[in-house]
Design a protein around this ligand. Structure first.
Ligand code: HEM
Length: 418
C-alpha cells in the first residue's frame, strides 16, 4: 500500500479512484493550491511496479512546459504505468506514444498520412453512413444504453473503414477491443493482472497476424485505404515494417476508440444536465458544435494521465527532479486550473479561448487524431439531434474504475415520452 499522506489522500492508491468524480476534482484543486509537484509512492508489485512512484503534475503551465520538452521529459520507455514488459515491445513492436526522436519523428512522419486533410475528407461519407446506421438501429431497437448502442459503435467502425479492414474480419477487431478495454484501469491484484494480460496478449497476436496479412496483400494490390498507404513506400522511401503496422493498428484501436467514445457518452450527459447549453447548441448546431466539443474534451479529459520520464536533473516549482524520476501529467486537473480557466467547473460551450490539454500538451506527441475525433463527434451529434432532438441521458453513468481512462461503461438514455 502506498504511504504518502501529506495532502490527505493518495493518488497511487486504488481507493482514490473509487471516489466520486466531484471528490476527486476537489482533491486535485487542493493539489493545485499546494503549488508544487507532490510525490506519491506506488506499491511494489513483482514484475510490474518498481515501487518508486511519481510526482503529480497538476498545473496547466507545467503540463504544457513538460509536453514541450521531450529532451528532459522523455516518453521512453513508456508513458503508461506500468510500462509494457520489454518482451511485449520485442514481440509486438513499440507504440508511437512511447518513443522519442529520432524513432518517434520517423514513425510520426509515416503515420501522419493517415490524418491528412484529404484522408479526413475522404472519410466523411463513411462516418456519415455509420452514424446514420447507428441512429436507424437506435430508433428501431429503442433506447437502452448509450455507450453500447451509439458511443462505442462509431469510433471503431471509423478506424476499420480508415484502415480498410474487410467486413468479415471486423468481429475479430471488436473482440480485441473488448479485451484491451478490460485490461486498462487500476489492476487490483497480480493474479488478475496476469490473467488479463494473457488474454490481451492473445488478442494482440491475432490482430497483428490479421493486419500483417492484409498489409502483404496491399503491397501486391494497393487500394485507396490506410494500410496500403502505410505499407507502400512514399517518395522518400519510407514505409512501415510488418511489426510497426501491427502495433500502430493496435494503438489506434486503443487511442482512437476509447477516447472518442467516452467524450460522446460524457458529452450527452453534460448536455442533459446543462439544459441551457443544450438549448444554445440546438439553436444553431453548426455555429456551436465546435466550441461544444472542445468544452467536452476539456471538461471530461478522456485521458486522465500520461507519464514522462526525467532524463536530467531539473527543477519544477522548487522541487528537484532527478534522472529516473517519473512525472504524471494529470490532464483533467490542468484543464480545471483556475489560473487559466475562469469558473473551471462550469460547462460552457462558448468558452473562448479554451486552451485545454485534453488532446495532450503542445509538443511532438500532440494527438494525431484530434481532427478525426472532432469530425466523428460532430457528425454523430448532428445525426442524433436532427433525428432524435429530445434524446437525453437518464441517471448516473456507470464509470470504469481507472486511473488512466475516464471511461463510461454504461449510460442509460431515453427519448420521446421515455
Ligand atoms: C476525444 C478524443 C481523443 C482524446 C481526448 C485523445 C487524447 C490524446 C492524448 C492526451 C495524446 C497525447 C499523448 C502524449 O502526449 O503522450 C494523444 C496522442 C495520440 N492520439 Fe489521441 N485522443 C483522441 C482521439 C484520437 C483518435 C480518434 C485517434 C486516431 C484514430 C487518436 C490517435 C492518437 C495517436 C496516434 C497519438 C500519438 C501521437 C504521438 O505519440 O505522436 N487519438 N491522444
Amino acid at each position: 500500500m502506498a504511504t504518502v499522506v501529506e495532502p490527505g489522500f493518495d493518488l497511487a492508491d486504488i481507493a482514490f479512484w473509487k471516489k466520486p468524480l466531484d471528490e476527486r476534482n476537489e482533491a486535485f484543486k487542493r493539489l493545485r493550491a499546494m503549488d508544487r509537484p507532490v510525490y506519491f509512492s506506488e506499491p511494489k508489485i513483482p514484475m510490474l511496479r518498481s515501487g518508486k512512484g511519481f510526482y503529480a503534475v497538476v498545473r496547466h503551465a507545467d503540463v504544457v512546459e513538460i509536453s514541450r520538452n521531450p529532451k528532459v521529459f522523455s516518453s521512453e520507455p513508456a508513458v503508461t504505468s506500468p510500462p509494457p514488459p520489454a518482451w511485449v515491445k520485442t514481440v509486438f513492436g513499440d507504440s508511437i506514444v512511447n518513443m522519442d526522436d529520432p524513432r518517434h519523428a520517423r514513425l510520426r512522419r509515416i503515420v501522419s498520412r493517415a490524418f491528412s486533410p484529404k484522408m479526413l475528407n475522404d472519410l466523411t461519407d463513411d462516418i456519415q453512413r455509420a452514424a446514420t446506421r447507428i441512429v436507424d438501429d437506435v430508433l428501431r431497437e429503442g433506447p437502452r444504453d448509450f455507450v453500447e448502442q451509439v458511443a462505442a459503435r462509431l469510433p471503431i467502425t471509423v478506424i476499420c473503414d480508415m484502415m480498410g479492414i474487410p467486413e468479415e474480419l471486423r468481429e475479430k477487431v471488436h473482440r480485441h477491443v473488448d479485451v484491451s478495454t478490460a485490461y486498462t484501469g487500476v489492476r487490483s491484484s497480480l493474479g488478475r493482472t496476469i490473467r488479463m494480460a494473457a488474454s490481451n496478449v492473445h488478442a494482440l497476436f491475432e490482430l497483428q497476424r490479421m493486419v500483417i496479412k492484409l498489409g502483404h496483400e496491399r503491397v501486391r494490390n494497393p487500394r485507396n485505404d490506410l494500410i496500403s498507404a502505410l505499407v507502400n513506400a512514399n517518395v522518400d522511401g519510407e514505409k512501415l515494417t510488418d511489426k510497426e503496422l501491427g502495433s500502430f493498428f493496435a494503438m489506434l484501436l486503443v487511442a482512437g476508440n476509447e477516447t472518442a467514445r467516452n467524450t460522446m457518452a460524457h458529452g450527452l450527459r453534460l448536455l442533459t444536465i446543462n439544459p441551457d447549453q443544450r438549448e444554445l447548441l440546438l439553436s444553431d448546431f453548426d455555429r456551436y458544435i465546435g466550441g461544444a466539443i472542445e468544452e467536452m474534451v476539456r471538461y471530461v479529459s478522456p485521458i486522465i494521465q500520461f507519464r514522462r520520464n526525467v532524463t536530467q536533473e531539473t527543477e519544477l516549482r522548487g522541487v528537484t527532479l532527478k534522472p529516473g524520476d517519473q512525472v504524471a501529467l494529470f490532464y483533467g486537473s490542468a484543464n480545471r486550473d483556475e489560473e487559466v480557466f475562469e469558473d473551471p467547473d462550469r460547462f460552457d460551450i462558448t468558452r473562448s479561448p479554451n486552451p485545454h490539454v485534453g488532446f495532450g500538451g503542445p509538443g511532438p506527441h500532440f494527438c494525431l487524431g484530434a481532427n478525426l475525433a472532432r469530425k466523428e463527434i460532430t457528425i454523430m451529434f448532428r445525426e442524433l439531434f436532427t433525428r432524435i432532438p429530445d434524446i437525453r441521458t437518464v441517471g448516473e453513468p456507470e464509470l470504469l474504475l481507472s486511473n488512466f481512462d475516464n471511461a463510461v461503461k454504461r449510460q442509460p438514455f431515453t427519448f420521446g415520452k421515455g
